[in-house]
Design a protein around this ligand. Sequence first.
Ligand code: GDP
Ligand code: IMO
Ligand code: MG
Length: 462
Amino acid sequence: MILIFCSAPTLAPIVSQNERRSASGAVSSKHFHMAVDVILGLQWGDEGKGKIVDVLAKNYDIVARFQGGPNAGHTLKFDGKKFVLHTIPSGIFRKQLINLIGNGVVIDPITFKREIEKLVDAKIDYAQRLLIARKAHLILPTHRYLDAAKEAAKGDRKIGSTLKGIGPTYMDKTGRNGLRVGDTLRPNFIEKYQALKEKHIGLLAQYPKIDFDLDGEEKKWFESLEVLKSLPFVDSEYYINKAIKKGKKILAEGAQGSMLDIDFGTYPFVTSSNTITAGVCTGLGIAPGKIGEVIGITKAYCTRVGGGPFPTELNDEVGAFLRQAGQEFGATTGRPRRCGWIDIPQLKYTIMLNGVTQLAITKIDVLDQLETISICTSYNVDGEEKTDLPYDLCNFDIQPQYKSHEGWKSDLTASRSFLDLPENTQSFVERLEKLLDTPVSMISTGPERTQLIHKPMETVAS
Ligand code: GDP
Ligand code: IMO
Ligand code: MG
């Protein structure tokens, strides 16, 4: 199969698929307005989504989060400043741009208030640009209490949750017990809150006791809720579909990574939402046909934070080197991230699940000093060579099979164009494109907004 992409570097995410569709003549552009591009992580999270969204946001009218909650930690660096966002979309620092927290997100008013305080400190004018979906669910203090009690009870089968209350909140959502943002303005809100809290206290009795200052957290929660309530609440499904009709461009920002997806990730070591492209439709209320470019982000190596299988993990000095050079410590919890080599079977799986149309490779600079870089191209599963991921990565003996690539041994952090990169870096990127059968459109060479190379997308022949 031959894929043909247009080569306008900075605008590529906005226009290329629209052009591709109309050029093929398959669908009339009149009936096929693909207004929503997607950015999401292809590994186990922390791929650098915040940075890429922040860079590309200037090409869009709206940036929208569609799933997850304050388990996310998205880091942005520009003009010598650093911000970590948990619930607020990464377009907030671009003037004029609307940022929407969609119905698929779960919101903890306490974390949210802290994030708003950081925006106030930085003199960011957010008040009319940050919209909250009425149908988004609320994380209660007792959801966090339950998260902590459940994890403590699991002993060495711990998922390594961020303890932000994500699992219990989504459980109440699917169990049809949850509290939603819109409920906060209803006369029976306190009654509903109390009923859910009582239910949680009943459940907590099943777990060993842990320390949790419920009264203190509850007081903070209600105070913080006033900050949330000071922002515009919207019926986001109408808001976003009307915006699409008006020709607005929307960027959907994923949280976590595809390998943490509740259906397709390394279950049960996953989060509780659909982190893949499909989650954009349910988490914002848009139809699949409105999705345009799907930009999949992968590090030039791989990391994971928390428990669960990780076939290419390096428990040696190379793993320690990657952690140090990449400053691989969780943006939300500060935990050291587990590090390993890039994994092609894993990436092919998530490219397939997401319908990725272009790739962004981040943190390539972290490999600058290595003599040799390894690329896992297949697995030996219980003695058999495989390129498909087995049903359950936990219960098979998986031996990653590697090919090596000669390192470039030079500093990439100041590089700004693909052709300026050392030959071995260019061939590394091109090798990944071939192995993954997907074009690379961006290469990130450092955490700053300016450290990004736009690579013209060319034909990738499989
Ligand atoms: P996210 O959750 O996907 O937004 O990623 P995180 O913010 O949790 O983690 C990515 C980390 O890598 C952050 O500290 C970023 O500042 C940093 N980062 C992003 N891109 C690059 C890059 O190309 N090179 C280096 N060295 N650091 C980067
Ligand atoms: P961003 O958006 C990396 C991991 C946790 C744990 C598992 C379940 O910054 O990429 P949860 O709190 O959801 O119950 O935890 O998922 N996890 C993440 N790992 N990046 C994230 O978000 C993550 N969000 C959750 O470490 O293993
Ligand atoms: Mg993160």
